[in-house]
Design a protein around this ligand. Structure first.
Ligand code: GAR
Length: 196
């Protein structure tokens, strides 16, 4: 079965849903969870699910992304993953690192790409007066939040939404979309999945 490593920076709710999905009948299994933050809450959740974890703290590297990524790469290679899932991983990756995993690294982004690449996606959707928000799973390419789209889920914006209430509604859909896209991707299906 295919080996999946996951990278997180925070609470790791998407990571948990992905790992849980692979614990059932699935063509892949989670072999490693890594973080750039040793304090990331998701690391303990991964360990509790029986998945090995590691952290490479980005801070001592002081902006030397290549050195940070070399250590990230070294840790990942030990687990020999076939696929990398970025799941709330908040470090920008250089072209060199991305090329190591070209066609094999997925990311989830909390907007309907190509809208709102980068940060503060929900506030930007609200500021624009959008009546639909959502999330996207895509293949990672060197350009930020720009790779081929594998899946999207649309989420209605409601009157009175704040960035936080909208984020929470989108996150519910992230938890459905990412496992569904990963299962298809592992099976060789890269056609667009749309959830509503
Ligand atoms: C998710 O909403 C994810 O889409 C977003 O961070 C959150 C992580 O939550 N990712 C990005 O913003 C990537 N730039 P989680 O740690 O609970 O999965």
């Amino acid at each position: 079965s295919k080996r999946v490593a996951l990278l997180i920076s925070g609470g790791g709710s998407n990571m948990v849903k992905l790992v849980e999905s692979m614990q059932g009948d699935h063509p892949a299994r989670a072999v490693l969870v890594g973080s750039n933050d040793p304090e990331a809450g998701g690391l303990k959740k991964a360990a509790a699910m029986g998945v090995p974890t590691f952290a490479v703290d980005h801070r001592p590297y002081k902006g030397d992304r290549a050195a940070f990524e070399a250590e990230l790469q070294r840790q990942l290679e030990e687990a020999q993953p076939d696929i990398i899932c970025l799941a709330g991983f908040m470090r920008v990756l250089t072209e060199g690192f991305v090329r190591n995993w070209e066609g094999r690294m997925l990311n989830i982004h909390p907007s309907l790409l190509p809208k709102y690449k980068g940060l503060h996606t929900h506030q930007r959707a609200l500021d624009a007066g959008d009546d639909v928000a959502g999330c996207t799973v895509h293949l990672v390419t060197p350009e930020l939040d720009d790779g081929p789209i594998l899946g999207q889920a649309r989420v209605p914006v409601q009157a009175g939404d704040t960035a936080d209430t909208l984020a929470a509604r989108v996150l519910v859909q992230e938890h459905k979309l990412y496992p569904a896209v990963l299962r298809r991707f592992v099976s060789g299906d890269q056609t667009l999945l749309t959830l509503d």
